[in-house]
Design a protein around this ligand. Structure first.
Ligand SMILES: [Zn+2]
Length: 130
């Protein structure tokens, strides 16, 4: 069995050039903990729980990606009949990463709607919009 193209499972752009928040032109951070795709300012206003969730899902996805990218690890998976498990785990991890990224985006947008800047110091308020 040949190793599939990494583009078929890639959910983490190698080096996004701009922050993922609409109308933001700041460069996105690229870090080991997976908090990439957003600029420093927007990561700062996101809810800590949302940042943590993105970091956890990004690490999980990166660990699975490493198996796909390492020919020896990949062959070991195939030889041990765990290819479908790896594929399924990668699909689930990708969905969780995408979901975490969407939640972080919502957290940023909610923070901005509430005046911005304070979400990193306190939980997002749950009041209704007057
Ligand atoms: Zn930004």
């Amino acid at each position: 069995m040949t190793q599939p193209s990494s583009t078929s499972i890639s959910a983490t752009p190698a080096a996004p050039s701009a922050c993922g928040v609409p109308r933001c032109s700041q460069p996105a951070l690229v870090s080991e903990d997976g908090l990439h795709g957003f600029c420093r300012m927007h990561l700062g206003v996101a809810a800590p729980a949302a940042r943590e969730r993105l970091a956890v899902t990004a690490r999980r996805l990166a660990a699975l990606q490493a198996i796909w990218d390492d020919p020896q690890a990949y062959e070991a998976v195939v030889a041990s009949d765990r290819f479908l498990k790896l594929s399924h785990a990668t699909c689930v991890a990708t969905e969780m990463f995408d979901s975490a990224r969407e939640r972080l985006m919502l957290s940023i947008l909610q923070s901005e709607a509430n005046g911005g800047g304070g979400a990193s110091l306190k939980p997002a308020p749950t009041r209704s919009i007057a």
